[in-house]
Design a protein around this ligand. Structure first.
Ligand code: ADP
Ligand code: MG
Length: 680
């Protein structure tokens, strides 16, 4: 192990961050908070925490935690750094991610996901277990990193006060084993220390971080970035998997040796491309035999660790490696030997669907700053090339930088998470991008109605459960209700379908009539929600991709949207299992009532009843709503309805409508509603 650490030493010492070691440590010693800026691959994540544990900042033998937005990165970085320091993983260097803890009281440097550190704050409010918190990948502005930044500002102040008080009382109070490596093992409380914060980022948005932390100094580490030649396609490509394979062949034929890093949006695309490329390989290699062998390594979050590790093994002398990755490889992990980047220009992003209020993973164009990061991966070791599978015009139309996640997910989702993390007062939280007071009010009101908040706006046990689901609180509530109603299987299906419903049903004006006729067989007496479930049921009866695609075509249903829905269903089922919510396979089959009752639990504010003049009015707001003509309920004129979306066009249209007995609808939120729920 020590021999391995010795072997890695020269590599580490050659990293740009190593040259800046003294300046970085001085900066951290002299300031409460610093922002460190360096290109990806400079050694920020692996080296700076190591410098710190060997320093006496802010005390002898400091304890350091370094956060990562992604689980994969936390694990692989801890493994790498344990190897560099020559220790067994889980001793001096370890990691903690959800459901997997490889750390011990001896651990001095811990890599953790931002979510895990937030969870630790619930039992260690001031993070007294650590002397330095390193917030890594801050430029990604993940919801949880933003939350941590806000919390840490207050924690730092409290720690300063505690430390000052401790010093004033005199050190004789504590019994003098400060900084002793063994203190945690002997369960002695550690002496208070001030908390140092190090914010690390790869892009140039440092000013925001510095301003947020009261003008914290910014330390720039200049890296070695070699020249990267950017190449665009002339025409937009609609199949980036196919375009990627063609580009790989060209590179292999005409360009020098070096690994190729391909950025695709997600696991499905990666698995598809791996399969296609494997099929083509014998042909490519037969024609280009002299050029050496091509090997393939996929890399995405859900890939088993042993498979992931293959992506990091350097290529052999006669080998060209093709690493096919998600945006994990954009900034958080480093893959050696990459000289070529193929960029699809797409990524899967969590996005709030304003209509249904569901947070879902959507495949979307990346931002210019992501595109630059991706290209930069080709120039880490020597000159490189980046092939963008989009036009230069498309690049110019991309957003400058990605929107912070806190603005992409629903506000009630973000606030529920703040509450779950212990922030009672969500108005006075230190937001980097603060929402308006009225929107906070609205979101809190909604959370009350859902039963997530109770007296004095405290989070309820139900609210805590809701915070564990990756959905807008409305649909977390619907899903939890489904477990009580005995229909989780159907409701998981439904929630997954609602996340893609805009793309799912294909309705062009030219084909509307045939389409409606073809889909007539899926209609259900209770309305649009069971109609969606019926579509999925029919789809699941089919075998094989070809048959499924043909069926989709015949029924004017998007195959791609269907795949996306199945993807989120898989995630939701896994989450339900992990959270022990009950058996998701429970099903009451064709009874619509429990499903509708589950919907009502979350969507009670979207209920309307028929008036004597045949119009519909929302039961709480008294607003007039019109059932959208595309609804399967349109011509039925039921007495009561519940809808998942309100669309404002020429009229206020209710979309996604199911029929419900008006007697079961709450007239006001939420207390009365809870009493009613018991009757359901
Ligand atoms: P940064 O955080 O600045 O992007 P890192 O500290 O993650 O940089 O990586 C620094 C260097 O360490 C990389 O350029 C790479 O050479 C090496 N490295 C990091 N992780 C691994 C790994 N898992 N396997 C092999 N080399 C690695
Ligand atoms: Mg890093």
């Amino acid at each position: 192990r020590l021999a391995e650490a010795q072997r890695l030493k020269p590599q580490r010492e050659a990293l740009p961050v190593y040259a800046g070691r003294e300046a970085i440590l001085r900066g951290i010693r002299e300031n409460d908070t610093v922002v460190v800026l360096a290109e990806t691959g400079s050694g920020k994540t692996t080296q700076i925490p190591q410098f710190l544990i060997r320093s006496d900042i802010p005390r002898a033998s400091p304890r350091v935690v370094c956060t990562q937005p992604r689980r994969v990165a936390a694990i692989s970085l801890a493994q790498r750094v344990a190897a560099e320091t020559g220790c067994v993983l889980g001793t001096t260097v370890g990691y903690t991610v959800r459901f997997d803890d490889r750390s011990s009281p001896k651990t001095r440097l811990k890599y953790a996901t931002d979510g895990t550190l937030l969870a630790e704050m619930l039992s260690d409010r001031d993070l007294d277990a650590y002397d330095v918190v390193v917030l890594d990948e801050a430029h990604e502005r993940s919801l949880r990193t933003d939350m941590l930044m806000g919390f840490l500002k207050d924690i730092q102040k409290r720690r300063k006060a505690k430390f000052a008080e401790f010093k004033a009382k005199g050190k004789q109070v504590a019994n003098g084993n400060a900084g002793d490596d063994d203190d945690a093992q002997t369960k002695q409380p550690r002496e208070p220390s001030e908390l140092k914060i190090v914010v690390m980022s790869a892009t140039i948005d440092a000013k925001r971080f510095s301003e947020f932390f009261d003008s914290a100094p910014v330390l720039y580490v200049s890296g070695r970035q070699h020249k990267v030649t950017i190449k665009y396609v002339d025409e937009p490509q609609d199949d980036y998997v196919d375009a990627s394979i063609k580009t790989i062949v060209q590179i292999h034929q005409h360009y020098p040796p070096g690994s190729i890093l391909v950025f695709l949006p997600g696991q499905d695309e990666i698995e598809g491309m791996v399969a296609s490329l494997r099929a083509y390989l014998p042909d490519i290699e037969k024609n280009l035999a002299k050029k050496g062998q091509i090997t393939i390594a996929p890399l995405f979050a859900k890939l088993p660790a042993a498979e992931q590790a293959k992506a990091f093994v350097p290529a052999g002398p006669n080998e060209r490696k093709v690493i096919i990755a998600t945006n994990i490889a954009e900034t958080s992990v480093t893959i050696p030997g990459v000289r070529f980047v193929i960029d699809s220009g797409m990524a899967k992003e969590k996005r709030y669907h304003a209509g249904t209020g569901i947070d879902s993973l959507a495949t979307e164009p990346i931002s210019q700053s992501s595109a630059k990061q991706r290209a930069g991966r080709a120039g880490r070791e020597s000159d490189g090339w980046c092939f963008r599978l989009y036009t230069e015009t498309a690049y110019q139309h991309m957003e400058k930088r990605s929107q912070p996640e806190i603005q992409r997910v629903s506000l009630s989702f973000a606030l529920l998470h703040l509450k779950a993390a212990g922030q009672e007062d969500v108005y006075n939280f230190s937001y980097m991008d603060a929402p308006s007071v009225t929107s906070i009010q609205g979101a809190l009101h909604r959370l009350h109605g859902l039963g997530a908040l109770g007296e004095k706006s405290r989070i309820t046990p139900l609210g805590r459960q809701m915070a564990q689901l990756p959905l807008d609180p409305i649909f977390s509530r619907v899903l939890l209700e489904a477990f009580r109603q005995g229909c989780p299987r159907e409701v998981i299906d439904l929630v997954s379908l609602l996340g893609v419903k805009d793309q799912l049903i294909i309705n062009t004006s030219a084909t509307r009539e045939q389409a409606n006729e073809a889909r007539q067989k899926f209609t259900h007496r209770s309305g649009d929600h069971l109609f969606l479930i019926n579509i999925l049921r029919a789809y699941e009866e089919l075998d094989g991709t070809d048959e499924k695609k043909a069926w989709c075509k015949d029924n004017y249903i998007s195959y791609k949207a269907m795949q996306l829905a199945l993807d989120s269903r898989k995630q939701l089922r896994e989450r339900a299992e992990r959270l022990d919510l009950g058996d998701w396979e429970d099903t009451l089959n064709d009874e619509p009532e429990p499903i509708i009752a589950s919907l009502v639990a979350g969507l009670f504010a979207n209920a309307a009843t028929k008036q004597p003049d045949d119009s519909y009015r929302n039961m709480m707001t008294k607003q007039v709503v019109t059932i959208h003509p595309s609804s399967t309920v349109f011509s039925k004129k039921p007495l009561g309805i519940i809808y998942d979306e309100l669309a404002l066009t020429t009229k206020t249209y209710a979309r996604g409508v199911s029929i419900v007995d008006p007697r079961l609808l709450p007239r006001q939120a939420p207390g009365v509603f809870n009493a009613l729920r018991k009757q359901l």
